[in-house]
Design a protein. Structure first.
Length: 200
């Protein structure tokens, strides 16, 4: 079975070759390829891909129409930066994006990025406070299952609140197991976190 990376490469090659309907698939496919690169633990390549997409969007004639795609690329870029321990840059992206996410369906993803970046900077209380801002947001889509809970559990663990961290990570893992493939990197990260948590 071909890998997700190979499938995106094929779609992108076809979109680059043509300039009809398929051309509208090019930038979304490249953002998806950047996410796959993150999953494959190739964050520097994911960063380069996301930045290139953002440059391409900046050159297009209808920026308002491209805002959802731009936000998606920015979120991807933020996580690629976090994977390289560049949390301050990721925090800046998240905070700049949140006011623009109203009505676009990206508020939860940007909030999760902000929580991750703050926790990466050692600002765990701030991370938890930001995570509580998601309570009024809609339920995440299946592909985002367990994401925010993972970031919250990480902050709780760093603060020494082991029982709460274990419970949060357990909920996140249950959500991942319900909606995602068993080998998804998020599930693996949660299992590793659970193995490190000592109950309070």
């Amino acid at each position: 079975m071909p890998s997700a990376q190979a499938e995106f490469e094929a779609v992108i090659a076809e979109a680059e070759r043509t300039y009809d309907f398929h051309h509208v698939l090019l930038l979304p496919a490249r953002v998806s390829r950047a996410w796959v690169l993150i999953d494959d633990e190739r964050p520097a390549e994911a960063e380069a891909e996301a930045r290139d997409v953002l440059r391409a969007i900046a050159r297009r004639a209808h920026p308002a129409e491209d805002q959802p795609l731009e936000l998606s690329a920015l979120i991807c870029l933020g996580h690629a930066l976090c994977d390289q321990d560049r949390y301050e840059e990721a925090e800046t992206i998240a905070r700049a994006g949140l006011p623009r996410a109203e009505g676009q369906g990206f508020a939860l993803s940007l909030r999760a990025l902000l929580v991750r970046s703050l926790s990466g900077l050692g600002r765990h209380e701030e991370a938890l406070a930001e995570s509580r801002e998601t309570q009024a947001l809609p339920e995440p889509p299946p592909y985002a299952a367990g994401h925010l809970e993972l970031r919250r559990a990480t902050a709780l663990h760093a603060l020494g609140r082991g029982d709460e961290a274990r419970a949060e990570a357990g909920r996140a893992l249950a959500a991942c197991e319900r909606y995602l493939h068993p080998t998804h990197p998020r599930a693996a990260e949660l299992r590793t976190l659970l193995a490190r948590i000592t109950p309070s």
